[in-house]
Write a new protein. Structure first.
Length: 373
C-alpha cells in the first residue's frame, strides 16, 4: 500500500483537493465547512493578489487510488522582505491519522521549500498570517469563530512527530459582555480617554467606503508592524478583502477612533457568520446566500478581528474605549459573547486588555517551525 504524491495541476484535481476535508471531518459537530467558491479563489493566480508577492503549489496524497491527505507549499516574498527571513510555509494541510502519509506530505512541502533556497518551513499558513493561520491545540469542544481554524487533535502528533517545533502560540479570548459590564475600570478608562484626549468613536461610513478603506490600511499597517509574523496588506490585497467583507459588514460594528479628525485607531468586528456557514455545506448558491440575511439576527457571537491603535497613541486607554463601544453595540443586537482573536501569547498590551475586559483565554493556536538546513 505505497503512498503516491501528485501535484495538483488541473481544475478537476483542485476540486478534489478542496473537497477532501469533507472526508476528514465527516460527523464532526464542530467543523464549519468552508465556502468552496471562496477557497477556490485563493488558488486562482488571476484573482488572488497574494500571487503578486507569493506562490502556492499544492499536492494530494493517494493510497490505492484513494486520497488520504493534502498539503500546499507556500512562498511569501513579502513576509521574508519584512522580517528579513528565509522561510517557506506549508498550509491547507489535511490528513488521515497516519504518520506515514503525513511524513510524505511534509517531505514534499519541505523539498519544494528547499528547492527555493528556504532554510525553514513554517505553518500552517493558508496561505498567510493575514488569512487562516496556525493549528488549533486547545479548545476542541467548540466550533471556530469566523476565519479561525479548526482541526482534529491528532494533527498535533502528526506535526510534532515529523520534527516541527513550536514557533509561537496565538490565543483566542472569550469576552462575556455581562461580566465585562461589571468591570467598572474599563468603562472609567474609556471615559477618561474620551474626555482627556477629545477621542471620538464613530461607525464606518459606507458611503465613503474607499476613503474608509485607506484609513483601515493606515492603522493596520502601522499598529501591527512590530508584531511577530505580521505581513502588511498590499493595496490590492486590502481591496480584495474589503470586497469580500463588504456584504457582511455591519457598519455600526466597524469603529474608528479619531482625534480632531485624525484616525488613531480602528476596530473591525464581524458577526460570527460561521453560525450560518455551518448549515451551508460549502455551497453559497443558489439558495444558501439568502440565509446570510434571513438568519443573521440569530448569530450569537461576534469576533473582534482587528483592534489597533497607532503606536504614538497607544497606552492612553483608546483600546478600552473601542472595546467598550464594541460590546455596548453588540449587546444592543442581543449578542453577549465576543471573541478577541488572535492575540499573540507575548503581546502584553493586548493580553492586559483582554484580562481587563474579564476575558477568558479559551483557545490556543500554534505556529510551528521545521529547520530545513
Amino acid at each position: 500500500m505505497s503512498i503516491e504524491i501528485r501535484k495538483v495541476s488541473s481544475n478537476s484535481e483542485l476540486n478534489k483537493f478542496l473537497k477532501f476535508p469533507w472526508k476528514i471531518y465527516k460527523g464532526d459537530p464542530h467543523w464549519v465547512p468552508p465556502i468552496l467558491m471562496d477557497v477556490k479563489k485563493k488558488f486562482n493566480k488571476k484573482k488572488n493578489p497574494f500571487f503578486e508577492h507569493g506562490d502556492i503549489e499544492s499536492f494530494l496524497a493517494y493510497r490505492d487510488g484513494e486520497i488520504v491527505g493534502r498539503i500546499s507549499a507556500v512562498a511569501n516574498d513579502l513576509h521574508n522582505e519584512v522580517h528579513n527571513e528565509n522561510i517557506g510555509f506549508f498550509g491547507f494541510f489535511e490528513c488521515i491519522n497516519d504518520q506515514e502519509v503525513a511524513n510524505k506530505l511534509f517531505d514534499t512541502a519541505k523539498e519544494w521549500c528547499a528547492a527555493k533556497g528556504f532554510d525553514t518551513m513554517r505553518g500552517p499558513a493558508s496561505p498567510s498570517s493575514n488569512e487562516e493561520w496556525a493549528l488549533l491545540v486547545e479548545g476542541f469542544e467548540d466550533s471556530p469563530r469566523l476565519m479561525m481554524t479548526y482541526n482534529p487533535k491528532y494533527y498535533m502528533d502528526l506535526i510534532t512527530n515529523y520534527g516541527f517545533e513550536k514557533a509561537k502560540d496565538l490565543h483566542a479570548w472569550r469576552i462575556p459582555q455581562e461580566e465585562m459590564k461589571n468591570e467598572s475600570k474599563i468603562k472609567r478608562v474609556a471615559e477618561i480617554a474620551k474626555d482627556r484626549y477629545n477621542l471620538v468613536v464613530r461607525s464606518a461610513n459606507m458611503k465613503d467606503f474607499d476613503n474608509e478603506l485607506q484609513r483601515v490600511k493606515y492603522v493596520y499597517n502601522k499598529a501591527w508592524e512590530p508584531n511577530w509574523g505580521f505581513v502588511p496588506f498590499t493595496e490590492k490585497e486590502i481591496e480584495d478583502a474589503a470586497s469580500s467583507f463588504k456584504p457582511l459588514v455591519e457598519p455600526d460594528l466597524v469603529l474608528f477612533g479619531e482625534i480632531n479628525g485624525e484616525t488613531v485607531g480602528f476596530a473591525l468586528v464581524m458577526l460570527d457568520y460561521n453560525y450560518i456557514f455551518k448549515q451551508m455545506d460549502g455551497k453559497l448558491f443558489p439558495f444558501n446566500i439568502i440565509k446570510l440575511f434571513t438568519k443573521r439576527k440569530e448569530i450569537p457571537w461576534v469576533r473582534i478581528l482587528i483592534l489597533g491603535i497607532i503606536p504614538e497613541f497607544q497606552k492612553r486607554g483608546f483600546d478600552a474605549a473601542l472595546y467598550w463601544e464594541v460590546m455596548e453595540r453588540a449587546a444592543k443586537r442581543g449578542i453577549y459573547q465576543g471573541e478577541a482573536s488572535w492575540i499573540l501569547e507575548d503581546n502584553e498590551a493586548m493580553v492586559k486588555g483582554a484580562k481587563l475586559m474579564r476575558g477568558e483565554r479559551y483557545k490556543t493556536y500554534r505556529v510551528y517551525d521545521y529547520k530545513i538546513k
